[in-house]
Design a protein around this ligand. Sequence first.
Ligand code: NAP
Length: 290
Amino acid sequence: MWSNTETMNIDGKALSLQLKEEMRSSLSLLEKEYGRKPCLVVIIVGENPASQSYVRGKIKAAAFVGIDSRLIELSATITQDELLHQISLLNEDEGVDGILVQLPLPQHIDELKVIDAIAHEKDVDGFHPLNTANLWLGKDCVFPCTPKGIMCMLQRSGITLDGKVAVVVGRSNIVGKPIAKMLLDANATVIMAHSHTADLSSITRQADVLVVAIGKEKFITADMVKDGAVVVDVGINRNAEGKLCGDVDFDAVSPKASYITPVPGGVGPMTITMLLQNTIECFVARKKRS
Ligand code: NAP
């Protein structure tokens, strides 16, 4: 469908760097205009090594673009009420523009209650129920980072969505559902598939744009993909050798695709970059309101 004869890798790492450079220049102007930098607060509860590594990546990326950040490290034994109190203090803190609570949380804490407690205008992850509702209503909202990053990759690669068939495999609240809505808003005809979808291959083969977010190593094989499709692989899995790989069998699918995102170096870096963009957007929106 797209005229490329060669497959284009959508390089999320390079695009992220470019976007971060753009943010860095716009931030120096914003700082002059509003008298301070945006401030992101990241809360981590407990000592999950993967979460600690994600959080370090977020803090480092914030520093790179010139966003102030604060890391609040809380014990895994903290009570839910204590965590909610901490969040309410940050909600009221005029110097804080974005609040992110790293998930997952220890089992005794209700994640939905915690997300709900974050002021929606500081919800830089875009997970708050009001942001979700506004996304579905087509109103102003903070978009969740991963789907926002995917839309940015498609747009910056010059991929048009109007009238195209988009198939989303996976229906999570953080990826599948919001990306389906965002593709719909871009006038794609959207099909959502999940673990109960009958004859999945016949559905995925209809896709001009195939977005896969299921969490199963190399699940999408070449026979499931239409020639010339744009393939976006959201999955992050570790193979038997401990190497990162996606939900798409990259080597087999790549020759059939017009565009494809690799893992690593595709959607992943864009997610953190969109977190920074959301922080800046929340900062500007609050400053404009005040
Ligand atoms: P999730 O909450 O784990 O849900 C997985 C989804 O995949 C569910 O909707 C499930 O269907 C569907 N699914 C599972 N097996 C399937 C099958 N055999 N056929 C069709 N659908 C199937 O998903 P998630 O949080 O969106 O994460 C998905 C993957 O993306 C993971 O590897 C995660 O690590 C990765 N991820 C990456 C980023 C990033 O920044 N790159 C961000 C978020 C997530 P049911 O609903 O029917 O169970």
